[in-house]
Ligand binder design. Structure first.
Ligand code: ADP
Length: 394
């Protein structure tokens, strides 16, 4: 399809933009990152076909306006804008073109992600205002997981919480999983419908997913992205009783405790505040830092336990796939995770693992259960959906 597509990821104080030249493009021609928006220290950095930097007091609108003004040549022939939207509730099982009706449905589910969806909606509104002729598409982190069966998505809590308040597991990172399933199938020269996969997306946020015949049937994140694996700063699974215990024992409010569980836990908390960044922790560990070792060990064990639990969703697993910053780049972490998974003889090939995969992404020994590294690309997936949906509507 002709024309370019702009991918927009609008966060509370950041804005990320990526411009794809055509439907086949694998990398963006121009990218922009704006940070610390709404403060005097705001900055906008544009790279690729167009390069410039500006800083000083800027809000989201000012940053987007600056980009649009400077990129008028690059934006000629723009045929669609794809927006990352965190939560689509049960209303969105696929990406969709935004119009009055879908925006109103989106607003109805946005209470499920009060910190994220309003920011995503702001990005959508701004594009509607500044580029009014161009159709907008929403791509949801949750949509891919809408195939998870009821027995798996329900919590063991009063059922009317689900009926009245939508309390259930939704799962996130869906755009990443969808990309990785497609890419894994391509590398294995198989159809996604023929594949059972366990995918570990290990980045700052971490989750894992069971894919049965190409569809998500179970994932570790839940109502919010706090559930599941130990992450950079999020706790992952905890005993809910811990919250009352800590609240009473330390006289801490619920909102303060939630801040700790979201921002001061995970690798950061386990390492006693040393770092949320796996590279930093691995460096510290090799210098003999015990706090770093403790955090990494807990991360690896908990990840292995969840991967093993996900494997109960099918009788055989075609491949375990690692993705995300840690999953794609750290052979040591992959090896330490799999070493905990004792009932299946995953055996890594040291050279393949060190190289983050052979030519097909394989990291396990030939003839042993398949383990792969498949880099994710959520922006490209959003661009592809935008092409698919805007060409449907031509
Ligand atoms: P996000 O979830 O924000 O997209 P990424 O997927 O980029 O983040 O993942 C960031 C994490 O990946 C950080 O913990 C970082 O330390 C880790 N990481 C990146 N490269 C390496 C590496 N070579 N070895 C270990 N960890 C790495």
């Amino acid at each position: 399809m002709e024309g370019s597509v702009l991918v927009v990821n609008c966060g509370s104080s950041s804005l990320k933009l990526a411009l794809y030249e055509n439907a086949e493009a694998t990398i963006p021609t121009t990218e922009a990152t704006a940070e610390r928006l709404g403060t005097e220290q705001a900055s906008l950095t544009v790279s690729g076909d167009l390069e410039f930097q500006t800083s000083g007091m800027m809000d989201h609108k000012a940053a987007l306006t600056a980009f649009i003004d400077a990129a008028s040549t690059q934006l000629k022939g723009l045929c669609g804008i794809g927006h990352r939207v965190v939560h689509g509730g049960e209303s969105f099982i696929d990406s969709c073109v935004l119009n009055q009706s879908t925006i109103s449905d989106l607003k109805k589910v946005s209470g499920l992600a009060p910190l994220h969806n309003p920011m995503n909606l702001m990005g959508i509104d701004l594009c509607g205002e500044l580029l009014p002729e161009v159709p907008n598409v929403a791509v949801f982190d949750t949509a891919f997981h809408q195939t998870i069966p009821e027995s798996t998505f329900l919590y063991g809590v009063p059922y009317h919480w689900y009926e009245e308040y939508g309390v259930r597991r939704y799962g996130f990172h869906g755009t990443s999983y969808r990309f990785v399933v497609g890419e894994t199938a391509r590398r294995l020269q198989q159809s996604p419908e023929d594949l059972n996969l366990i995918i570990a997306h290990l980045g700052n946020g971490c989750s894992a997913c069971a894919i049965r015949q190409g569809k998500s049937v179970d994932t570790t994140m839940g109502l919010t992205p706090l559930e599941g694996l130990v992450m950079g700063t999020r706790s992952g699974d905890i005993d809910p009783g811990l919250i009352e215990f800590m609240s009473q024992t330390t006289e801490t409010s619920l909102s303060e405790l939630m801040t700790v569980l979201n921002r001061e836990s995970g690798l950061l908390g386990l390492s006693g505040g040393l770092s949320n960044d796996m590279r930093t922790l691995l460096d510290a560990e090799s210098d003999g830092n015990e706090a770093a070792r403790r955090a990494i060990d807990a991360f690896c064990f908990r990840t292995a336990r969840q991967l093993a639990a996900l494997s109960t969703n099918f009788t055989h697993t075609d491949a375990v796939v690692f993705t995300g910053g840690i999953g794609e780049h750290s052979g040591v972490i992959r090896q330490r995770i799999l070493a905990h998974w004792k009932n299946i003889p995953y055996r890594l090939n040291a050279a393949f693992n060190e190289a983050n995969g052979n030519e097909n992404g394989r990291i396990s020994e030939q003839g042993t259960p398949l383990v792969m590294v498949v880099p994710t690309d959520e922006e490209r997936m959003i661009a592809q959906d935008t092409y698919r949906l805007t060409s449907d509507h031509d």
